[in-house]
Ligand binder design. Sequence first.
Ligand code: AMP
Ligand code: MG
Length: 326
Amino acid sequence: MVGLVGCTEEPVYHSSFFAFGTLVELTVRSADRDRVQQAEALLVREFEAMHQALTLHTDSPLLRLNQVLETGGTAVADALVLELIRVSRPYYQRSGGLFNPALGRLVREWGFHEEDGGAVPTPERLQAYVTNPPGMEHLLVEGTQVYSTHAALWLDFGGIAKGYALEQLGDRLREMGLRQLILNAGGDLRVLGRNGARAWCVGIRDPRQVGQVIASVAVEDDESVFTSGDYERYFMQAGVRYHHILDPKTARPATGVTSVTVIHRQATLADAAATAIFVAGLEGWQRVSAALGVEQVMLVDEQGRMHATPAMRARLLRGVCEGELQ
Ligand code: AMP
Ligand code: MG
């Protein structure tokens, strides 16, 4: 933890650690160093617990649940998984199935998360998902028991878990009395309060220029900023980029867009919406944004052009801050 003392304002503490498969950073203004240290310990502990519950890369309760579902069996899901199923359903419905956490098996077949990069599944495998896609309607919950009526249904909360985590943990930090902070997990973030006398200012990544900012926004109290990008996880094959955000209609990586940024007060919605709007692409993004109730959306298309809703454009044009890349 590094502290920087200014003259009149409370000092800024900065700490970072690796959790949730990504770099988590806490930047906080507080006069109470001990409290910041407690917050950091809480974040390390809670992010790790969520990661252990939800990872699909190593043995985990979610992986075991998926394996039972696949055989047509019934399994008891843990509280976090039940909660994410509950929270995901309305986003699945409102996005017309574009945000689909039941596609975990397809994500696995593409292998984006594999060390050696993954491979394009055979046309027969892809066609099977297009003809008969698993969806959240195939997942039945009774109390803590879960079962599936679709043999290819695997749960994967990669498109929403970070939002859920930032929403829960941001609330916990506020309850601890920390009121001015940025909690950033791999470029997705939640803000509380202000940076002393100013708003917190964050940079939005340029999807094609590593380390460059394409726009900056002054983020207000209790807003979250989530970006889905084709640069986050992908593999290259014969000069083609195969990235990790799949279009349920084609069973292939969604096309037309390279990044989508959503600002909203609910981090969970911002996360799910960024993923869904990415899939909706250039032709559907406005419709899906409206259906999900998100008003502040920016996207970059494959030609590098920026598009934004009026509410987002107004913020970007105000140009009130020079954001550092978060
Ligand atoms: P995000 O970076 O929030 O857009 O999440 C991307 C991750 O969500 C991927 O790595 C997959 O684990 C998962 N995913 C991929 N396609 C979808 C989809 N259409 N709906 C929901 N989750 C998806
Ligand atoms: Mg997302």
